[in-house]
Design a binder for this molecule. Structure first.
Ligand SMILES: *[C@@H]1O[C@H](CO)[C@@H](O)[C@H](O)[C@H]1NC(C)=O
Ligand SMILES: *[C@@H]1O[C@H](CO)[C@@H](O)[C@H](O)[C@H]1NC(C)=O
Ligand SMILES: *[C@@H]1O[C@H](CO)[C@@H](O)[C@H](O)[C@H]1NC(C)=O
Ligand SMILES: *[C@@H]1O[C@H](CO)[C@@H](O)[C@H](O)[C@H]1NC(C)=O
Length: 758
């Protein structure tokens, strides 16, 4: 909704922009009134003949001239701004609409915005509307989906993903319809989270059918004391009878115990019969113990009653899923641990005094590493370098168990053998199979045997936590396993492409130049400070993280062509080597235009205008004075002399002003030169002013000469006066000394003012 209100505002802003500067033959920033900022683009110039590309188009427009609507917007005939199409994301084929704002609809959908179902259709979804009365078909993988579907979308079990719920989420494996979570988490003894189903294990059941005897099953009281178990040759089953109320259990033989990892996620099932009625199950009817953990489960959900005298199959899933009913709730890892060393499997036999329980066909689904029916619930792990084995259960050569008592659950750590030798994974004892290391194996880690003193160990000249060995020539001691990025015999400096100071315990880190250096170049960053030394793509900065002066863009963009591009600004009108992050130029005072190439004329004309006005005023006074002098007007020579002094001063001032005007004119001249070729009419204005000022100056010099002559004249007159002793002498300055000059001067000055006022 908010956008609807914003649009007219954007449009208003666009209409408030000053009218596009006289669009002379498309040579300027022409943005159809939707922007006044352009950037110059040579490519665009070549393609279209006008290189000005508009920036920041308003009114939802885009394009080099803001000439078209943005995607998902349309323009009503005769309107300037673009309005949003607002096509319904589900009902329409795309976000674009026609010039009346009408969207293209999916099947069964109608309305300008495709937001309604056609008659006879219903339930708008991403697939459009469906025909009324037709159920939406969900094509879901039954193994991975919950069986529900929502608007054509399959609802997956918790560890499953994919459009049809057809694959396991990351870190899970074995999509199985019988698994309430869909897939099992990778186990790998905690050393890896990546696995797939193994292909070299086959299904195999561990069973007791009691065909020949009790098969090693025993009776045990809840307290742990033994109880009698009997075998029936006639029924070929096992049974236990109670005389007291203390529960007695069937206790499984060894083949059901030990490492039963391969049964994880599979079932334990058995056939059980009780000869008494009305007995309720307890929470502890089936008991699993192992690895210090114990879980129990009831035969039946609470509230149900065990059937009297009827054989029934009971099945229990061996995993931590809540639906598996084990309590307490273990996590995945704990359940795996429990199965990894199963020490007890008990099945309840008796429920109360004089009850007898019968057991048959016990089955623990498992797998074995032989060809046969595949057992996809067995995992095959992708192990890190320290581990080996299908389940990452072993240490790789050169590694040993950190805590041997944890068995395969223990992490593996390097052996600590001299010369990087291998060791016994559980004890860490170094193998002495290698002839060369045979005798030196006894130097403790962090020390080495000097070949010249073979009977003692010397401390490695390496950083903490590092071992060492003697190099091939027997001369050099080489530190083993330099930390990543470190180099040198003693790992004392950072390798090329890294920085830091390992000697001062600052670990080596990769150069951080934001991808703005040649990947294979040498010396990309300072090995100590990390300062990037070879920034490319016009980037600069300590981490090549900004654009070079005179360039703009995003130095961190992944595509080099999106990184830093040259600012395209007028070298005179724009701030040097600078532009904004979108490439727009920063103009110096008095300049404007997309590249700051146009000078704002009022400011520079103003200077001229002030000067010329001063001239005019002074010239008027001079004119008056001269005409009085010419007229002789009965003035005494002293007065005349005084007036001539004033006139002379005035002329000098004018000349000074003319000089400074000429100086400012020189800067004008520079600007004029820059505007050449832009067809600006202000150029001819300035040319005219320049010529005028030039003539003003020339005339000024002429006046100066004439004033000199006048002064000499006056001087002579004063001498004459002195000589003749006459009291008064009329001095007449010949009009020919001012050959129409003053009038012409005035005319020119007026002309200059007229131009300046334009
Ligand atoms: C193992 O037992 C299960 C159920 O108890 C049965 O479905 C399966 O076929 C048996 N597999 C083998 C290989 O005997
Ligand atoms: C299994 O558990 C038993 C009893 O706690 C223990 O003695 C045995 O070492 C364990 N085996 C393994 C492989 O952890
Ligand atoms: C145990 O399994 C065998 C073979 O599948 C079957 O014949 C027998 O009836 C089963 N026993 C019970 C008590 O269900
Ligand atoms: C099964 O295959 C994996 C790799 O494919 C192998 O590491 C493992 O030793 C094999 N296991 C058996 C029991 O053959």
């Amino acid at each position: 909704m908010a956008e609807r209100w914003l649009l007219p505002l954007a449009c208003l802003a666009a209409s408030l922009l000053p009218a596009a500067r006289s669009a002379r033959s498309g040579e300027v920033c022409d943005c159809n009134g939707m922007s006044r900022q352009c950037i110059f683009d040579w490519q665009l110039l070549r393609e279209t003949g006008n290189g000005y590309r508009c920036l920041g188009c308003l009114g939802n427009t885009e394009g080099p001239r803001c000439e078209r609507c943005r995607d998902g917007f349309f323009r009503r005939r005769g309107e300037q701004c673009c309005l949003p199409c607002l096509c319904h994301p589900w009902g329409s084929l795309g976000p674009q609409c026609d010039s009346d704002g009408r969207c293209s609809c999916k099947p069964g959908v109608m309305g300008d915005k495709c937001d309604q179902c056609q008659l006879g259709f219903e339930s708008l979804s991403e697939a459009g509307c469906r025909r009324s009365g037709q159920s939406l078909q969900c094509e879901c993988d039954p193994a991975g989906s919950t069986g529900h579907c929502h608007s054509g979308r399959c609802i997956c079990k918790e560890s499953v993903t994919g459009e049809q719920c057809q694959r396991c989420k990351q870190h899970f494996y074995n999509l199985d319809a019988r698994n309430p979570a869909g897939c099992s988490p990778c186990f790998c003894y905690g050393h890896s989270v990546t696995c797939i189903s193994a292909d070299n294990y086959s299904a195999h059941n561990i069973t007791s059918t009691f065909q020949q005897g009790s098969e090693g099953w025993q009776g045990v009281h809840e307290s742990g004391s033994p109880a009698q178990l009997q075998w029936s040759p006639r029924h070929q089953d096992a049974f236990i009878a109670a005389r007291t109320s203390e529960p007695i259990y069937f206790m499984a033989p060894a083949k059901f115990l030990g490492n039963q990892q391969l049964s994880y996620g599979q079932t334990l099932s058995f056939v059980y019969r009780l000869d008494r009625g009305g007995r309720q199950p307890s929470p502890h009817d089936v008991v699993l113990e192992g690895h210090g953990l114990r879980v129990t489960a009831p035969f039946l959900p609470q509230g149900e009653v065990l059937p009297c005298g009827i054989s029934q199959m009971y099945t229990f899933r061996l995993d931590e899923h809540p639906s598996s009913k084990w309590s307490p709730r273990l996590n995945h890892f704990e359940f795996r641990r429990l199965l990894g060393n199963l020490t007890a499997l008990w099945i309840r036999a008796t429920f109360g005094e004089y009850s007898t329980g019968y057991l048959d066909n016990v089955t623990l689904v498992s797998a074995q590493p032989v060809p046969g029916v595949p057992a996809p619930w067995v995992e095959r792990c992708q192990c890190p370098a320290e581990y080996r084995g299908q389940f990452c259960q072993s240490c790789a050569p050169g590694y040993r168990r950190d805590i041997p008592s944890q068995g395969p659950f223990s992490i593996c750590v390097p052996c600590n053998c001299q010369g990087g030798g291998t060791c016994e994974p559980d004890t860490g004892e170094c193998y002495s199979g290698d002839e060369n290391v045979g005798n030196v194996a006894s130097c403790p880690f962090g020390s080495y045997r000097d070949p010249r003193q073979p009977h003692s160990c010397r401390t490695c000249p390496c950083g903490p936590g590092q071992g060492c060995s003697v190099g091939p020539g027997g001369e050099e001691v080489i530190c083993d396993h330099c930390p990543p990025g470190a180099a040198g015999a003693n790992c004392e400096y950072c390798a090329d492409g890294y920085f830091g100071d390992p000697a001062a315990s600052q670990p080596c880190q990769l150069c951080r130049c934001n991808g703005n250096v040649e990947p294979n170049a040498v010396g990309n960053c300072d090995r100590r400070t990390g300062e990037c030394l070879k920034c490319i793509y016009n980037t600069a900065g300590f981490y090549c993280d900004r654009c070079k002066d005179g360039f703009f863009g995003n130095p961190l963009a992944s595509d080099p062509s999106d990184k830093c591009r040259a600012c395209n600004c007028d070298s005179v009108g724009a701030e040097p080597l600078k532009c904004r992050s979108d490439g727009s130029c920063i103009c110096k005072p008095g300049f404007e235009g997309p590249r700051c190439e146009e000078s704002e004329c009022p400011a520079c004309y103003g200077q001229v205008k002030v000067q010329v006005e001063l001239y005019l005023q002074q010239l008027a006074e001079l004119e008056l004075l001269l005409s009085e002098v010419r007229a002789g007007g009965g003035t005494g020579s002293q007065e005349l002399e005084g007036r001539m002094l004033v006139a002379e001063e005035m002329l000098q001032t004018i000349l000074r002003e003319a000089l400074s005007l000429q100086a400012s004119d020189r800067s004008l001249e520079g600007r004029v030169a820059r505007m050449k070729g832009q067809g600006s009419s202000s150029q001819s204005h300035l040319d005219e002013i320049k010529a005028t000022v030039e003539r003003v100056r020339a005339l000024g010099s002429q006046y100066e000469r004439q004033v000199q002559e006048t002064r000499q004249l006056l001087e002579r007159a004063r001498l004459d006066l002195d000589r003749s002793g006459a009291a008064l002498l009329r001095v007449t300055i010949p009009v020919s000394s001012f050959p129409g000059g003053s009038n012409q001067f005035l005319l020119l000055a007026q002309e200059a003012l007229r131009l300046a006022n334009r």
